[in-house]
Write a protein that binds this ligand. Structure first.
Ligand SMILES: NC(=O)C1=CN([C@@H]2O[C@H](COP(=O)(O)OP(=O)(O)OC[C@H]3O[C@@H](n4cnc5c(N)ncnc54)[C@H](O)[C@@H]3O)[C@@H](O)[C@H]2O)[C@@H](O)CC1
Length: 484
């Protein structure tokens, strides 16, 4: 698991740590780690000696890190040139170090460079990238170095232009090949469109860990987490003790939603699936292991319900939603169930002790919350989670899971291949199965999004992806994920 901290918490930790160390120690540690990584990149591309290195230097400490790292590379024989964004406001000691090492300043962005260090702005950024930095950021992909190769762009701490606490990219921003960050990850490394701007992320230890007292803002699961959480049957398990998931989705008009929800659940850990709804004949025909009934009332015992997709919004759909919410069981609400919640007629039904997980995409989120998630997707998901007292799984390139207790998870396995009709039905079915098998709601949501993303990638490797392909890819995905 990786974790990211907000700027204010990072700064508090830095201040606490700096109070115990000689002045400048943290910047020296940061710059040394940065220079080491840059030297490795240059060695891979033909050597440090004689390499052309361009420093983009802003007016804060981010520029200071960059100047010191540039000085270290100049001492190893690189030709280091620094473009100062504000020559009147530059880290003077850093500039002195660069000049002493043989580096110099330039007034224009040099066309030729093997390596560019983006030290325009770090965690002190406010708003979108200003001129002239914005224009410089836009030109980096044109730069060429040895043998005509594209210059490698290394972002110092964060790519300049991203919103560090939200992961938004409000305007012009640097696109890095590698981001070397210090002390801890920040939300922009793991959330939103900023993640794409980071390239490969390298964390330099500057000793900040023990001083980071605040809870992390965002956690990112890895395959080890998901494997450790995934329920496995034991020798004494039977189909009931493994959990029974109820699927109340689809309708005579939309039987496909029922079939896809069931196929997602079939890849989950439960021992049995019960289907309740008017698509029951189609479901049994396609999936003979499913026990189907026409309504929730007739379905028999389950340990969690999935409700919503393809249900429609008529009175029968309302009855179904009311029936699942009236149980004392965990419930996943998706698609039409979310639409049914908007008019507030189910506010009372939602006052329940058992967990609710809602799985909106942006449009559904907007209808539920009254406004779209906006640039701060994690913050918006947290607000909705707290307001609904539900775990919110906000779908997107980096699906977010937010809990009423204030935790945020960002799923790292997303792929655009998942943006296909019925993909969410498969996810909801799998999530329901994990809930029914006993996982806490937030882990079920995080694990389902993780496996679903991997399945989308696996399916995409074979060709164009539709939802049944994702469902089919879930079985080998779950096998690989959980058999380590
Ligand atoms: N505080 C510490 O202990 C450490 C800080 N370090 C470095 O210091 C950085 C933070 O330094 P600062 O607090 O000085 O802040 P930054 O250097 O990130 O940015 C502040 C400067 O950028 C300008 N600026 C702000 N927004 C801008 C925008 N949108 N477009 C163009 N210019 C903009 C401001 O005028 C200000 O001069 C970190 O990102 C990291 O690189 C490291 O040296 C590690 C230790």
């Amino acid at each position: 698991m990786r974790q990211a901290w907000r700027v204010a918490d990072v700064r508090a930790a830095e201040q606490a740590l700096m109070a115990t160390l000689p002045e400048g120690t943290l910047m020296q540690r940061a710059a040394a780690g940065l220079a080491r990584r840059c030297a490795l990149l240059l060695e891979e591309a033909g050597g440090v000696y004689g390499a052309r290195v361009t420093l983009l230097v802003g007016s804060g400490d981010n520029g200071g890190d960059t100047l010191y790292a540039g000085a270290a590379l100049a001492r190893r024989g690189a030709q280091v040139r620094a473009l100062l964004m504000r020559p009147d406001r530059v880290h003077l000691a850093g500039l002195r170090a660069l000049r002493t090492a043989g580096g110099f300043t330039v007034r224009e962005l040099p066309d030729r460079a093997d390596l560019v260090l983006d030290g325009i702005v770090g965690i002190g950024a406010t708003g979108g990238l200003r001129k002239p930095a914005a224009a410089v950021a836009g030109r980096l992909s044109e730069l060429r170095g040895r043998h005509g190769a594209r210059a490698v762009v290394v972002a110092v701490d964060v790519p300049s232009g991203v919103a560090v606490d939200t992961g938004d990219v409000p305007g012009a921003a640097v696109t890095a090949d590698v981001t070397v960050t210090f002390g801890s990850l920040k939300p922009a490394h793991v959330l939103g469109p900023a993640t794409v701007r980071c390239g490969q992320i390298e964390l330099v230890d500057i000793g900040l860990g023990p001083a980071l007292r605040a809870d992390p803002a965002v956690s990112v699961p890895d395959s080890g987490d998901v494997a450790a959480w995934w329920p496995h049957p034991g020798p004494a398990s039977d189909k009931y003790t493994r959990g029974v998931v109820g699927i109340a989705t689809g309708s005579a008009t939309y039987p496909g939603a029922a079939l896809l929800g069931v196929s997602g659940a079939l890849a989950g850990p439960t021992g049995m699936i019960r289907y309740a709804g008017s698509a029951h004949e189609e479901v049994v025909r396609a999936h003979p292991s499913v026990v189907a009934a026409p309504s929730v009332a007739d379905a028999g015992r389950v340990q969690a319900w999935v409700c919503g997709s393809g249900l429609g919004t008529d009175d029968e759909a309302r009855t179904t939603l009311r029936s699942v919410l009236a149980t004392a069981l965990p419930v996943v609400l998706d698609a039409d169930a979310l639409t049914l919640l908007i008019d507030g007629k189910h506010a009372r039904d939602l006052r329940r002790d058992a967990p609710v997980v809602v799985t909106p995409h942006d449009g559904e989120f907007k209808r539920l919350a009254g406004e779209g998630p906006g640039p701060d997707r994690a913050g918006a998901a947290l607000k909705l989670a707290s307001w609904m007292n539900a775990v919110v799984l906000l779908k997107g390139d980096r699906t977010i899971v937010a809990t009423p207790g204030g935790e945020v998870w960002a799923n790292p396995t997303g792929t655009s291949a998942l943006a296909t009709a019925g993909s969410g039905d498969v996810l909801a079915g799998l999530l329901g199965s994990l809930l029914a098998a006993g996982l806490p709601a937030e882990r079920a949501a995080v694990a389902a999004a993780y496996a679903h993303g991997l399945a989308g990638r696996r399916a995409a490797a074979e060709g164009p992806v539709s939802a049944p392909d994702i469902a089919a890819a879930l079985r080998p995905t779950v096998r690989d994920l959980t058999s380590r």
